[in-house]
Every structure is written in C-alpha cells, then in structure tokens.
Ligand binder design. Structure first.
Ligand SMILES: [Zn+2]
Length: 392
C-alpha cells in the first residue's frame, strides 16, 4: 500500500501552536492506511494532553492566587521566619531518630539570648493548606500521607507506623506544613527586603509525587511556583549545599528552563537518584571526607560558573548543615567556621548581583547544628549581608 503524506502548516495553525499541522494526504490508491490513522490519533491525543497541561496550569494559578500564605508583613518585623509549631515533640518518639527535631526553636533561642534578634521581630507564617499543597502535589500523594506506615517510612522513624494517623498528622505533618508555609512566604519577603531566612524548611528530597529522607512536602518547588505566579518572577536559581543531592526539586523542575540548579553534594550517600542527577545544571560532587578548604574552593568555582551561566531573579539557597564535620549522615568534614564562610559566600553572590535570596536550613540535625546556624546568621549580620534589627 503506497501513499505520501505532506505536512502543510498554515499561518494560522503556526500561530496557534507550532506542533499542530494540517496534513494533506496524497493517496496513490484511495485507501487511508492504518498507520496514518494511528498517526492522526497520536496527534489528536498529544493535542488533548497539551490542553490538559494548560488546564493543570490554570488550576495551579488559581490555587496560588487564592492562597492565604502570602500576607503583608509590617516593617517592624525582620524577615526571619519561625513559629513554635515548627518543632516536633512526639511522646518521646523523636528521640529514637538521630535528628534534633527541635533544632528550629533552638536556633531562634540562641539568636534571642545572644541579643542578635528580638523575639517580637520574628515572622510567624501560616500553615500550608491542602489546596496550597495541591499546587505541586497530587491528590493521591497527599492521600498516601493518611497512612501512618507511609509517613513512618518517609520520616524514617518506624514506630510512627503504630500511631493513629490523626496523631501523626498533628504531631509530625502539622509542623512540616507550618514550615512549608514559611518557605513560601520567604520568597515574598525576600523580594521586598532583599533576603529572608526560613528557620525551617528545605525538604529537598520530596517531589510532587513522592516523599522520602525526612521530607514529606516539596517546599522548595512550592516556593518557586508561588514566586512565578505571585511575584512575576521567571528565572530562579536553586543553590543546594546540603550534603545530600536535592532530588525532589530536581525531578519537579526536570527540563524546566526557568530554574537553574547548582547542587553540591556527596554522591556516596542517600538518595543515589541517578535520574534526578540528569536535571542538575551544575553538578559538583564532594566525596566523603572532603575538608573545609577544598569545599570552599569548589564552592567559589561553582558560584563563578553559575553567575556567568544564568541570570536569576530569585535565589533559593538550601543551606543544610549536614556537611559539618562529625555529621553521621553527610560524611563531610566542614568546620563550623567553614559553614559561616559558605553562607557568607552565597549571600555575597546574591548581594553583588542584587538578587533576592531565600535561605532554608534543611538537613543537619546534630545537637551542634542549631548553634552553628545561629552563629552563621550572626556573622551574616555583622558583615551587613542581612539586618537582624539589632547590632549583632
Ligand atoms: Zn541532607
């Protein structure tokens, strides 16, 4: 059976959508072949899927525009975001985890007791609602969190599987949802003030369809989608310096040219997500045992490359402290001063280019992490890279 198919894109169809073309079939006999029918069906179904993508985008926009998470913050407050509801205390179960699950509150207490920050200046965010979470997450993923066994797996605390889900929601997921609200609000504050620090958040292993590695909600992806719609931002750079690879946001923004990802991570530890690694724009691998000087040198080089390659309107800095020497999960050997130096380099990178920066504290849950983070924030304040409202 012979036939020839000649695509003839018309001006009007090219204007509407380049991928849709009108075909003229030039039969050498008069039979329309099965493969042509199949071709036409495929074309129709891809145009249906394009329209369902745009429906999804419309729904996402409307959810973001209806959200209450962006609210006006008076200038008397400093863009440091935290609420007591961030901290996790769960009948002592949290002690079974190697994590300091009250790190977030301890950071703020250090800042206040050191006289660097006034308690009343801290911004309290709202909890992310189901509609807010649906901006990135699927309904089926959110439903999967109604199983305590699934949450136990995500946060890596097996005994949590034994508790009724209402308790797990209240004691574990509610604190996380508050931190998500904080990450989302941070982008608005950063746009207004030049910088914002969410004392929690940075759940970079979670994507729209899957949680893991202590990350139940994809706050990084949510924050960026809100910024796209509400802040009229179209280019975002993620600088992920947690010891682990940020596979969650990498999968969520796979091939999305609006987002540039610089990820510096130890390839010899969790999550070994080789698919997600393909979506990193600048991959810097730091092997177990890497020390401070070597680490900072690699960071300098990476920032230099990032600055020449991409021109962002917002930087989201995932500042995990599990790169600290002695952290059993990160396996790197960075000193506390090295952490302060690292944070200073990233804030300077943003300041020199006049780009708003959001910092998230992410991983690093040794008892010493809270003190190290507070010291680093005080250092940023001393170097005038942030203003905590008091002379630190
Ligand atoms: Zn980590």
């Amino acid at each position: 059976m012979n036939y020839r198919v000649t695509p003839i894109p018309t001006e009007s169809t090219r204007n509407l959508c380049e991928s849709v073309a009108i075909f003229r079939v030039l039969p050498q006999n008069q039979t329309l072949s099965v493969s042509l029918c199949r071709y036409l069906l495929t074309t129709m179904s891809s145009s249906a899927s394009a329209s369902s993508d745009s429906d999804e985008e419309t729904l996402r926009r409307s959810r973001i525009l209806k959200s209450k998470l962006y609210f006006d913050v008076p200038l008397s407050k400093v863009p440091v975001i935290y609420a007591a509801s961030y901290d996790i205390a769960f009948l002592g179960i949290e002690k079974l985890h190697p994590f300091d699950s009250t790190k977030w509150g301890r950071i703020c207490r250090f800042l206040v007791s050191d006289g660097a920050l006034h308690r009343s200046c801290i911004v309290e965010p709202l909890e992310a609602s189901k509609d807010d979470l649906l901006v990135v997450h699927s309904e089926s993923y959110l439903n999967s969190l109604k199983s305590s066994a699934n949450v136990a797996m995500i946060i890596e605390v097996p005994p949590v599987a034994l508790f009724p889900n209402c308790l797990v929601q209240q004691k574990v997921l509610h604190p996380f949802r508050n931190q998500v609200g904080g990450t989302i609000l941070a982008a608005k504050l950063a746009k207004e003030r030049g910088w914002a620090i969410n004392v929690g958040g940075g759940f970079h292993h979670c994507c729209g369809e899957k949680g893991g590695g202590f990350c139940a909600y994809a706050d990084v992806s949510l924050c960026i989608h809100y910024a796209f719609v509400q802040l009229n931002i179209s280019r975002v750079m993620i600088i992920d310096l947690d010891a682990h690879q940020g596979n969650g946001h990498e999968l969520d923004f796979a091939n999305d040219r609006r987002v540039y990802i610089l990820d510096m991570y130890n390839p010899g530890i969790y999550p070994f997500d080789y698919e997600a690694r393909r979506y990193i724009d600048q991959k810097v691998e730091v092997a177990s045992g890497t020390t401070t000087n070597e680490y900072l040198k690699k960071l300098d080089e990476a920032l230099e490359v990032a600055g020449h390659t991409f021109d962002p309107e917002l930087v989201v800095y995932n500042a995990g402290t599990d790169i600290l020497d002695g952290d059993p999960l990160g396996r790197l050997k960075i000193s506390p001063d090295g952490i302060a130096n690292r944070d200073e380099k990233v804030f300077r990178f943003a300041r020199e280019r006049n780009i708003p920066i959001v910092m998230l504290t992410s991983g690093g849950y040794m008892k010493s992490s809270a003190r190290v983070i507070a010291d680093s924030m005080i250092n940023l304040s001393k170097k005038s890279l942030i203003d905590l409202g008091k002379n630190a």
